[in-house]
Design a protein. Structure first.
Length: 306
């Protein structure tokens, strides 16, 4: 049986308060349950309480020893390139090289305005970051591209960061064709969220073809999902409605996306994604007590690996 890893999105501030647990407790619980990764989104100003992703994941790394820590997804283009590189390098260092760098260029326009970054430049800035990050993390002297250059760099002074760290795996988020092209050229993985197994299979075919054209190995595929293990039809309908309204997608298109039902049913659903080419899933818990859901996801993982 092919392996399949399951990670979980760490609880947000509201869920931490509701369920009476801290970020550190949540990370330890996921590791002790036997999951493979803890993940955190990267948001700036979204109208509600959110934590800074690198600091949250550093907290998780400090209280765990085995589990991956991952960004779901880090948005380097919101930051000056050198600061983005320093955050990534520090998180890789303090985690003992357990970081998986999910990368995206999304988020609402208000977030980009808050960062002072033109929304229309997000794609170009993301490409530049992915091209330059490996050299910055390796400790090489780098003359920054003009998109992020300060006066000294415009005068030809390179930037060199230390300590040097290994470049973490880069999983490019989003299901768009632009993201698939980016993953094929610059990534180690493709990380679409809230899509069907059929969409994964179609994306995989294009991903492999594009990667081969660049002379690169085929990136791994990770799916992002929303789950309420043990939840019934009402839970599925509620989660689907939230996806529809939050992402502006037709309800009929997303009705089958939520991962609900008993652990065996969720395992069967994830097996469909595995058959389509995915080898990892990063799950956002969308109902039920967070600790109990983590334990049920660990049960799902055990069923998948039988």
């Amino acid at each position: 049986m092919d392996s399949f890893e399951i990670g979980v999105i760490l609880p947000g501030v509201a869920v931490q308060r509701r369920d009476g647990l801290t970020l550190a407790e949540a990370a330890r619980h996921a590791e002790q349950a036997g999951l493979d990764g803890v993940w955190h989104g990267d948001h700036l100003a979204v109208g509600g309480p959110v934590l800074d992703a690198p600091i949250a994941l550093a907290t998780a790394a400090a209280v765990t020893s085995r589990i991956r820590v991952g960004t779901s997804v880090f948005i380097p283009a919101l930051r000056a390139l050198v600061w983005a590189a320093k955050q990534v390098a520090t998180l890789q260092y303090v985690s003992g090289e357990r970081l998986v760098l999910g990368v995206g260029s999304g988020g609402g326009a208000a977030q980009w305005a808050a960062a002072g970054v033109p929304f229309g430049e997000r794609g170009r800035r993301t490409e530049v970051a992915l091209e330059v990050l490996p050299r910055l993390l390796a400790g090489e002297p780098v003359l920054l591209p003009e998109v992020d250059a300060v006066d000294a760099n415009r005068a030809g002074q390179p930037v060199q960061l230390a300590p040097a760290v290994a470049m973490p795996p880069v999983w490019v988020g989003n299901a768009s064709m632009a993201a698939i092209r980016r993953a094929a050229r610059l990534g180690d993985g493709w990380f679409p969220s809230l899509i069907s197994p059929e969409e994964v299979a179609r994306g995989r075919a294009g991903l492999h073809e594009l990667a081969a054209g660049h002379g690169r190995p085929a990136p791994v595929i990770t799916i992002g999902g929303a789950a309420h293990v043990g939840g019934g039809p009402a839970a599925q309908a509620e989660i689907a409605a939230g996806i529809s309204s939050g992402y502006g997608r037709p309800l009929a298109e997303v009705a089958g996306i939520p991962l609900t039902g008993q652990p065996a049913e969720v395992a069967e659903r994830l097996a469909e994604y595995r058959a389509a080419g995915a080898s990892h899933a990063v799950i956002g818990i969308s109902g039920g007590d967070w600790r109990a859901q983590v334990e049920l996801l660990a049960e799902v993982k055990g069923l998948l690996l039988r």
